[in-house]
Design a protein around this ligand. Sequence first.
Ligand SMILES: CC(C)(COP(=O)(O)OP(=O)(O)OC[C@H]1O[C@@H](n2cnc3c(N)ncnc32)[C@H](O)[C@@H]1OP(=O)(O)O)[C@@H](O)C(=O)NCCC(=O)NCCS
Length: 163
Amino acid sequence: MLFKSVAQIYETLRDFAVYELDGRSSQDPSHVGHVVGCTALSIIWADLAEVRSLAVDEQYRGRGIGRQLVEWSADEARRLQIRRMMTLTYEQAFFEKLGFEVVAKENLPLKVWSDCVRCPKRDGCDEIAMVRVLADVPLVQMQPAPPTPKGVSIPVLQDSVED
Ligand SMILES: CC(C)(COP(=O)(O)OP(=O)(O)OC[C@H]1O[C@@H](n2cnc3c(N)ncnc32)[C@H](O)[C@@H]1OP(=O)(O)O)[C@@H](O)C(=O)NCCC(=O)NCCS
């Protein structure tokens, strides 16, 4: 997963959902439970949103929490009427179980790669691009986001300030 500063998390806080054990109850709404998973859904384009920052605490994996977090993202995309969800991942088998299919990275809009400049793997990204279509969300007639040109490399400026 990519590093995020606390400031970046605040900037995108409304994208997030967490999975709480022993969560809030109506008797005590201020009670905070034990957070064991999180995910975020980030809007990319009119018809595309990205599932990001998905993680379940190692101790609690294999109990359906990851699935519930992805389904929360799907419900959020439906609420926003966004028809396609994408992810960049190493967990191909997990996402296949949740209805995602592998796509060529070039099929994703260039905007997806705006985070790459901050990523240590920017010169040799080996993540798998996957997409799930929410067939119950209507198609929008909008200009599509420009695709990523084949072989694109993200320019990174070297720090030229001398000590
Ligand atoms: C990927 C991850 C979120 C899965 O969370 P989880 O809570 O263990 O997943 P679930 O229990 O909801 O699994 C849902 C289904 O996927 C399957 N599954 C989960 N992880 C799998 C894996 N690595 N390979 C194959 N299948 C997997 C489960 O067996 C389950 O199948 P079932 O419904 O047929 O029983 C978790 O392993 C994780 O946090 N990994 C590290 C961070 C990461 O890689 N995040 C993805 C970034 S995009």
